[in-house]
Design a protein around this ligand. Sequence first.
Ligand SMILES: *Cc1c(COP(=O)(O)O)cnc(C)c1O
Length: 436
Amino acid sequence: MENGVKVLLDPDELPTKYYNILPDLPVALPPPINPATKEPIGPEALAPIFPKEIIRQEVSRNPFEPIPFELREAYLRLGRPTPLYRARRLEKALNTPARIYYKREDLSPVGSHKPNTAIAQAYFAMKEGVERLTTETGAGQWGSALAYATNYFGLNSTVFMVRVSYDQKPYRKYMMRLFGADVHPSPSDRTSYGRKLLAEDGDNPGSLGIAISEALEAAVTGTNTKYSLGSVLNHVLMHQTIIGLETLKQFERIDETPDIMVGCVGGGSNFAGFTFPAIGQRLKGKLDTRFVAVEAESIPSLTKGQYEYDFGDTAEMTPLLKMYTLGHTFVPPRIHAGGLRYHGAAPTVSLLLNAGIVEARAFDQLSTFEAGKLFAETEGLIAAPETCHAIKGAIELALEAKRANEERVIAFNFSGHGLLDLQGYADFLDGRLPDT
Ligand SMILES: *Cc1c(COP(=O)(O)O)cnc(C)c1O
């Protein structure tokens, strides 16, 4: 590594295919189940909701799926390939023999990894004549990614944003509107479900479960309209593998092999995107890397949940998915890392955890913000509260390497910046941040 700080790839080194982990899994992925009949659900049941190509990708057994030229061009504009940085100043502060690297997914136009799948979903929808995508968003990270992507490919978008966030976190809403999205506080008067809830309680603060229900209803009842999801499902995680494919090339470029790869987990998409290509290598016996998923201690689906069939949403509208879950009625506490407030985790990530390929750790809110502050002081970057969990995980592993006096190579995914999450840092700096 000549410059010692960052590893870049040329634009023509952008991956041409996504990696699909399904055929490489150590056991077959348990299928989604119809809650009424308890029978496995076939892909055709998803046709009213998702574009055909997305359904094909969701169940594809091909080891790779091509990224068409036009979509690759969109990835270039999104800032891909993204750099891999060496955290030398953080290493020095920790006085660790570990070498720490991080992949810069904060450099996209909306500041996170989420556009990696949004742009693909918008492209494949556009290709089959879909004119509008609907979705839900909590704090607005996913909504802004989808608004960016639909705008790019000339589609319309409808985003149902949880009402409390719509009122309390205004900036993401304006970002979405700048990209042409129709943004509605949920519950809204745009759907029959929303109108019913508003009739019962005009001040309903909303929830992600309600917003999902509204987005699904708007997709099913709209003309040329489909629904789009930002995490959890196989096709979403597959689009995100563009992160890990680049990362492996970057490590190869500097003759380095990651001993441990770390990512934060909400639904599991950035963790999977970062690690799955390397997990595929480990499953084939070509790498012996460890994989550490980091979650919030107050929402401990991976470390304390059950591996069982559960609904993906609170309103019981989705099929049952086999995953680590706290139960779909679990109400996540209102931590600042909004993207980690999910009761379950992606079925593929869950399977790999259950199979012992992935390890999980949980940290409390205060310690993750402390890690975020150290990262800002040393590396000069302000991380999203979700990303602070990955940083905390990497720091702990680097301190373990120090105690063992071993030169371990630790890589983590820097999933997003925190420039629109300064309220969390304000609470932290002013001493008002609760542990959970
Ligand atoms: C949404 C989000 C997450 C969590 O979602 P995953 O699907 O688990 O990746 C993590 N980091 C950032 C910056 C996010 O916006």
